[in-house]
Design a protein around this ligand. Structure first.
Ligand code: FAD
Length: 390
């Protein structure tokens, strides 16, 4: 019996190409076989299932929009979105691993790297032989990354890198780090730092109640000698990291709807089977209201994401549109997971069902890659012309 019915209330599937449907089916099948059976256990133990890195590479989830010549998938943005949706139906941490690798590590190397950097790093990142991470946030600079203190000084053939980054997904297991740091004139650059460079360490952040199956760490740079050939030559300024975030946020807009679908599907099934007062709880108006609102919000988000994907494919999507979609999807998904948890009653707090894990994961997703507030301010600035950040 198929344990997952993809909600498609407005026949959005009719808008998808054969290729996009095939990509979705492949990732869905992978998640069902390899992620769903193991992920609750890893999350309960707060352990990263390291073996999935190779698997994600094999099924093409790392850098799906990067050209095939560099090991990427050469796919369009809707295929990429559908992949993220299916991965996050499994777990937001698994999707985070793929988002970071593809959009935050491979994309900047592809877009701003030298030919040597592309040849050296992209195929190994695409295959999952190497895992990457992206260091922007610092202990004292989160929403305001322009204040970053991490910096490097010229020392001939190499630069000396100092500083620290905080909340970095994949950091404890990553071989390759794209780190954003200021040069002596205060200009932001991207540097590729490899595990093993002297003075570089990646302490793990423990005790998270969210994204427990994803490894999060710090990046500490203590006079690290980074060869100059590891600096990304094609970009300077904050637009470097921000352009990567636009790609990743686009994937999140799709991804969290996968988590929402899983919660909706679980809650619907439960509401039809669970009996109280002599009838299924799904026959009571209050539970129907919850379920009806869930499918309405999922449908609206599916259509918004599809349209945004079309604009991305045409190269016409603005970062502000991506912000709106990321924010909308996170709000919708967070609310759906919370409501689904209530429909499941006491069972909703257990690991027998995926709902509480999704609900807790989304507390990170609504905060990282720009907080809910920050994305609202981006829309506010876009429509009024006034900057309310400062
Ligand atoms: P702050 O910026 O301190 O914000 C605190 C609160 O103040 C928020 O509610 C915020 O909305 C609000 N606020 C801030 N500024 C304003 C303003 N101008 N107006 C109104 N309200 C405001 N970062 C990376 O670089 N790489 C990663 O791989 C990565 N992975 C992460 C994984 C996890 C599990 C988590 C939790 C975070 C991760 N992050 C990563 C960091 C994440 O992007 C930051 O947590 C996020 O940007 C918010 O920064 P902050 O936590 O410092 O909060």
């Amino acid at each position: 019996k198929d344990l997952f019915e993809s909600p498609d209330y407005f026949n959005v599937d009719a808008l998808l190409t054969e290729e996009q449907l095939m990509v979705r089916a492949a990732v869905r099948a992978y998640v069902k076989k390899e992620i769903t059976p193991i992920i609750e256990d890893y999350a309960q133990r707060a352990e990263f299932p390291q073996h999935i890195v190779k698997q994600l590479g094999e099924i093409g989830c790392f850098g799906p929009t990067i050209p095939i010549e560099y090991g990427g998938g050469g796919l369009d943005y809707i295929s990429y979105g559908l992949m993220m949706q299916e991965l996050e139906r499994g777990d937001s941490g698994v999707r985070s691993t793929a988002s970071v690798q593809g959009s935050l590590v491979m994309f900047p190397i592809y877009a701003y790297g030298s030919e040597e950097q592309k040849q050296k790093y992209l195929p190994k990142l695409a295959s999952g032989e190497w895992l990457g991470c992206f260091g922007l946030t610092e202990p004292n600079y989160g929403s305001d990354p322009g204040g970053m203190l991490t910096n490097f000084k010229d020392a001939g053939d190499y630069v000396i890198l100092n500083g620290s980054k905080m909340w970095i997904s994949n950091a404890p297991y990553a071989q390759v780090t794209v780190v954003w740091a200021k040069d002596e004139s205060g200009e932001v650059h991207g540097l590729i730092v490899e595990r093993g460079m002297e003075g570089f360490s990646t302490p793990t952040i423990h005790n998270k109640w969210s994204l427990r199956a994803s490894a999060t760490g710090e990046l500490v740079f203590d006079n690290v000698k980074v060869p100059k050939e590891n600096i990304l030559p094609g970009i300077k300024g904050l637009k470097g990291p921000l352009s990567c975030l636009t790609k990743a946020r686009y994937g999140i807009a799709w991804g969290v709807i996968g988590a929402a679908m899983d919660c909706y599907d679980t809650a619907l099934r439960y509401a039809k089977e669970r009996q109280q007062f002599g009838k299924p709880i799904g026959a009571f108006q209050l539970q129907q209201k919850k379920l009806a609102e869930m499918i309405t919000e999922i449908t609206k988000a599916q259509l918004l994401n599809w349209r945004l994907g079309t604009l991305m494919n045409e190269g016409k999507a603005t970062p502000q549109q991506v912000s709106m979609a990321k924010r909308n999807s996170c709000e919708v998904a967070t609310n759906i997971c919370r409501e689904a948890r209530q429909i499941l009653g006491g069972m909703g707090i257990t690991g027998e069902y995926p709902v509480m894990r999704h609900m807790m994961n989304l507390e990170s997703v609504i905060t990282y890659e720009g907080t809910h507030d920050i994305h609202l301010l981006i829309t506010g600035q876009d429509i009024t012309g006034f900057n309310a950040f400062k």
